[in-house]
Design a protein. Structure first.
Ligand SMILES: *Cc1c(COP(=O)(O)O)cnc(C)c1O
Ligand code: SF4
Length: 335
């Protein structure tokens, strides 16, 4: 058991770490020792999606390597400006499943509650890059409507905090939100979809751990990690603190060309995740989003990589390869 005193590993608080995140291509390249001549970097503004790369994540980038798999997830490249065939701005048709602002109710029994409009990192391949976040931020009035909706949907047993990144919400606000959700009797499970424990592991504060540990909900945190190099000692410690509270830890990744599209990399990722107490959950194929075509790999390649992975790992370390097909009742298994 890990006591909270060992949380003194948090040398500075997560908000200041976030504030000092890198927001410009030139600054990012300088920080990782990559010459601007060796990449086709552009400003985030040019592609309509700002650069945002927190330093704990940047510190795991290999110095001087323009092809580093972590660098390529956060650096805007000229390729983002290429119009791609079938690239859409709302590929999952989420607008259609929004009964009240802040809620996405697509699947039976579980709903997404869009808790925060922004993220702690801007992943260049993200399908939310074109979302109108402003219209979905959970203001107090919207929260009242969202809670009323959840109360009316007695089939719903699980609430998934999503966004953006829900852990950008302060501990105090998160605590208020969870307390309110706990008053809805048919909700049994709380899930949090977040990349923060990976990019700024200092976000896992003692207050957050205590809140999750004492909740009447069964709590699951689904982190988002694409490459074994994203896991360092601090990420491991954050996971240990959550595990100590009985939180179930799962991971979802996106299959990305030139980043993690090899069985070797994904095998190492699963093994590393399990070592720190996280089970692989989903491996998503990339959605056809405008500006991210350079991360896309053909489905036949994805299947081949996944089959190799399956042949090398115990079943419980193989993530499910899935796509999101608009109108489906769940993610769609690919095999
Ligand atoms: C992915 C997703 C979920 C969760 O699906 P699970 O298969 O339960 O992980 C729920 N709602 C929406 C809208 C989703 O996109
Ligand atoms: S953290 Fe998730 S939602 Fe946010 S930019 Fe990255 S992939 Fe998108």
């Amino acid at each position: 058991m890990i006591s909270h005193t060992s949380l003194q590993w948090q040398s500075s608080d997560w908000q200041s770490i976030l504030q000092s995140a890198i927001r410009h291509s030139t600054e990012l390249l300088q920080a990782v020792g990559v010459s601007p001549n060796s990449v086709t970097a552009i400003t985030g503004e040019a592609s309509g999606f700002p650069i945002l790369a927190p330093k704990p994540f940047v510190s795991r980038i290999e110095y001087g390597n323009p092809q580093d798999p972590l660098l390529l997830q956060v650096l805007a490249l000229k390729e983002e400006m290429t119009p791609n065939q079938g690239g859409m701005t709302d590929p999952l048709e989420e607008k259609r499943f929004t009964p009240v602002p802040g809620i996405i109710h697509k699947y039976f029994g579980r709903v997404l509650l869009m808790t925060s409009g922004s993220c702690a990192v801007n992943c260049r391949y993200c399908f939310r890059r074109h979302n109108d976040y402003g219209s979905n931020i959970l203001t107090p009035a919207r929260l009242t409507d969202a809670l009323a909706y959840l109360r009316s949907q007695t089939d719903v047993t699980e609430v998934i905090l999503s966004g953006g990144d829900p852990l950008l919400t302060s501990d105090r606000k998160l605590s208020e939100l969870i307390n309110q959700l706990e008053t809805i009797p048919h909700i049994q499970r709380l899930r949090i979809h977040t990349r923060l424990p990976i990019v700024i592991p200092q976000r896992i504060t003692p207050e957050l751990c205590e809140q999750l540990g004492r909740s009447r909900f069964q709590v699951t945190i689904v982190v988002h990690c694409n490459h074994p190099q994203e896991i360092d000692a601090e990420v491991g410690l954050a996971m240990a603190h959550l595990n100590a509270q009985g939180v179930t830890l799962l991971n979802q990744s996106v299959l990305l060309k030139n980043i993690n599209n090899s069985a070797e990399t994904l095998e190492a990722l699963s093994v590393e995740l399990f070592r720190i107490g996280v089970l692989p959950y989903y491996l998503h194929t990339l959605d056809p989003v405008q500006g991210a075509a350079h991360f896309y790999q053909p489905l036949s390649d994805s299947k081949r990589v996944h089959q190799t992975l399956q042949a090398r790992l115990p079943g419980y370390l193989v993530p499910k390869l899935v796509s999101e097909i608009p109108g489906s009742a769940s993610k769609t298994l690919i095999y």
